[in-house]
Design a protein around this ligand. Sequence first.
Ligand code: SF4
Length: 338
Amino acid sequence: MVNFEQGPIRPPSEAGSLLVRVSRNCPWNRCAFCSVYKGSKFSLRAPAEVIADLDEMKEFYGDAVRTVFLQDANPLLTRPDDLIRIVEAVRERFPNAGRITAYARSHTLARRKVEDLERIRQAGLDRIHVGMESGCDAVLKLICKGVTRAEQIEGGRRAKQAGFDLSEYVMPGLGGRALTDAHAEDSAAALVEIQPDFVRLRTTAVIPGTPLFEMQEKGEFEPLTELELVKEIRGFLSGLRGLTTRLESDHILNLLMELRGDLPGDLDELIGVCDQFLNLDDRLKLKFILARRMGWTGTLKHIDTPALDREIDRIVSELKKKGVDPEEVFRELRTHMV
Ligand code: SF4
C-alpha cells in the first residue's frame, strides 16, 4: 500500500520523473482550453505533509529516482521558505536525482523577488516549465490566460536571472483563424526577449466541456486546419531568429514531431521540414495527417509505406462515402490525445 498523494499531470519531458505534489490543482483554473483541474479547488500543502509523502516515496522507490517533478500547476506560489524546505528535503532523500523541475505561472514568477527565486534555485530546483501558450495579448485575452504578454516576458526573465533552466510552452492554433498571424509573430518575439533554454510546442486541441469548445460551438473560435497549423508554425519559426534555445516537439498532439533542434543552427532545417510538408501534393498531405493522427507513423520520412497506402485509401473512401470532412476527424482525434 502506498500512502502519498500525486496530481494528474506532468510535462511530457517529465514522463520518467517522481511526481511530488506540493500544491493541489490550479490557483487560476480559468484558461479556456484547459480541462485538467476544472471543478477542483486550489490549495497549498503544508511542508510537513509533503515531507511525510517524501518519506513514503523513499521507502517505495529507494534510490531509483533519477528526476523529480513538483506538482501541480503552480507550486511556485508556495512561500519561498516553505518551498526551499521541500526542495531541500527532496535533495536529502533522493541524492541521485539529477534534476528537480516544476510548473510555474508567469503571473507568479513576475511577482516573485529575484532574490527569493535565486534562493529556491540554490536549494536545488533546477528547471521551471511555464505554459506561456502565446506571447500575443489578444490571444491571452481570448483564452483567459490571466496574464499579459509583458508579465510573460517579465516572469521568464526573472526565472532566467535567478539561474533556472527555463522551458516555455507555446500552443500553435490557440488564436484560431482570426489571430493566427499575430499569435505566431508575437509569441516568437516574446520568446526572443525571454531567451528560454527550451521552447516546446503543444498543438491546440479543443476539448469538449471547456470554454474554448463552447466558443467554437458558437462560432466565436474558428480552429485551424492541419495545413493552417503548419503554416502558422512556419511563421512562428521564422520569427525565432535571434533566439538561442532548444526547440522540442515532444507532445503527441503535434503533427510534425521532427521539429526538434538547436537554434539558431538548426532553424533553417526546421523551417524546411514545414516546407517539406506544405509542398506535398494534397493526397500525400492527407495520407500523412491521417497516419499521424491514427498513430501509425512518426515522421515525414515514413510516408512511403505501401501497406499504409491501402489502409489510408480505404479510410478516405469511407469518409467520402459518408460525406465526412476529414478535418472534423482530425480535430476529433486530437481531442483523444490529451
Ligand atoms: S492551463 Fe495551467 S494555468 Fe491555465 S487553467 Fe490549466 S493548469 Fe491552470
